[in-house]
Design a binder for this molecule. Structure first.
Ligand code: ASP
Length: 307
């Protein structure tokens, strides 16, 4: 048994650990933890209280994968719901698709009775207004939102290095491995942008036979490198967990064009080992691990690699 999460996921860890200890299956255990992160008012990059896109709309992404069946469920750019992770779970269990986005995803969410939510926190509203104030010309402000968003003078940037999805990777008492992710993507992203969090194989992948991987930060890179699937495939090919993660980080480091920034790769294998490497981070990257030999979950620093 093991649980590995990024630091952004800390508010849900005690709940997931309690469930895993009680022999609850890995999928339910990680979903229950992530729900607590999604509704945490202190977290501005995951769930209901996150910073919005360029138009001030909150678009959320999430995915879950069952390593026993390799079924997954993912939702992209969904607006107006509290728990994208629950919607992703129901996509995995209630419909013969793996990903739903936009209006169709919202319709599906209503049909399964998902809880609605509109983010009206003061912090979110003021941060977005400050962003517009600093980055739009007088003319653009007059015409907003009927402007070419591509013309905004600086590229949208993360205001407080707030990049962070939450990722949970777990193996339960029965050996089932599962992953789940939830994110608002980047603050001020172009409307409709999907990162890696809802893309199985890029932002997460689970296979109970070998292990699992989930990534945070620059989804534009892990989508191109197929990072999460690569780690599990390297494990299948016989590499150790440390070598599998290292190889996938080298694949990312090879990318030279497009948007290049930090990526953190989190992985576990089916023997209870874990490994986290942060490529070119702008700050210290922490993660949380728990397994039955540890009384309490431990916060650790990721190994750092720079190019
Ligand atoms: N990976 C996420 C994305 O690209 C963002 C993050 O983890 O900070 O949407």
């Amino acid at each position: 048994m093991i649980l590995l999460t990024n630091y952004e996921g800390r508010s849900g860890v005690p709940r997931t650990v309690e469930l895993l200890k009680n022999k609850t299956n890995a999928i339910y255990s990680i979903i229950e933890g992530i729900k607590l992160v999604e509704e945490n008012p202190e977290i501005h990059t995951v769930g209901a209280n996150s910073l919005p896109n360029l138009l001030g709309q909150l678009e959320l992404d999430s995915a879950v994968m069952d390593g026993n069946t390799r079924r997954s469920g993912a939702v992209g750019a969904i607006k107006g719901f509290k728990h994208p992770i629950e919607i992703a779970y129901h996509i995995m269990t209630d419909i013969e698709h793996e990903i739903l986005v936009g209006a169709g995803a919202e319709r599906f969410a209503e049909e399964i009775g998902a809880e609605k939510y509109v983010n009206e926190t003061e912090y979110t509203k003021t941060s977005w207004e400050e962003f517009l104030n600093d980055h739009l010309t007088y003319e653009q402000k007059e015409k907003f939102p009927h402007i070419r968003l591509l013309d905004i003078k600086d590229k949208p940037n993360d205001p407080e290095h707030l990049f962070d999805t939450t990722v949970y990777l777990a193996q339960d008492y029965s050996g089932r491995i599962a992953t789940a992710t939830s994110t608002a993507g980047w603050p001020w992203k172009y409307p409709g942008r999907l990162g890696d969090s809802p893309i199985i194989g890029a932002g997460s992948y689970a296979d109970s036979r070998y292990g699992a991987c989930a990534c945070t930060h620059t989804g534009e890179m892990t989508i191109r490198a197929g990072t999460a699937r690569s780690v599990v495939l390297y494990l299948k090919m016989g590499l150790s967990l440390a070598d599998a993660v290292y190889e996938s980080v080298m694949d990312l480091a090879e990318l030279k064009t497009g948007f290049i920034n930090a990526v953190t790769v989190h992985a576990i294998d089916n023997k209870g080992n874990y490994k986290v490497i942060a490529l070119n981070p702008q700050k210290e990257i922490k993660y949380i691990v728990w397994h039955p030999d540890l009384k309490e979950p431990q916060v650790k620093n990721a190994e750092i690699m720079r190019t």
